[in-house]
Design a protein around this ligand. Structure first.
Ligand code: TYC
Length: 102
């Protein structure tokens, strides 16, 4: 565009631009104290996984130190982390849940 007066111009977009939201991995971290069954329960409850998938994720974390429970937009990922951390704390387990940008 040109405003037709002062020789100034404004560039305007022609193609409609859709910005995809940034995605974040939500990870569980291993520790020596949180019971395996508790971790399986957490993965089922907060990440909507089947018992079988939750068990596999738990064992992956147990054996590798860290594992992915899901990929979400920022706000959803943050909510998952808070929910898991609050639930673990309520049950007095040291389970840690974190998010990282993909
Ligand atoms: N390592 C724990 C145990 O042997 C189990 C565990 C798995 C803890 C996954 C945390 O994110 C975790 N009881």
């Amino acid at each position: 565009n040109d405003d037709g007066r002062s020789g100034t111009a404004i560039i305007t977009r022609t193609k409609p631009k859709t910005k995809r939201p940034s995605l974040y991995r939500v990870l569980l971290l291993n520790d020596d104290y949180t019971p395996m069954e508790f971790v399986v329960h957490v993965v089922e409850k907060f990440f909507n996984k089947s018992k079988e998938d939750a068990y596999q994720i738990m064992m992956h974390v147990h054996q590798n130190g860290v594992g992915e429970c899901g990929i979400f937009t920022y706000e959803v990922a943050e909510t998952k982390v808070t929910q898991v951390m609050d639930f673990a704390r309520k049950h007095q387990h040291p389970l840690q849940c974190v998010m990282e940008k993909k």
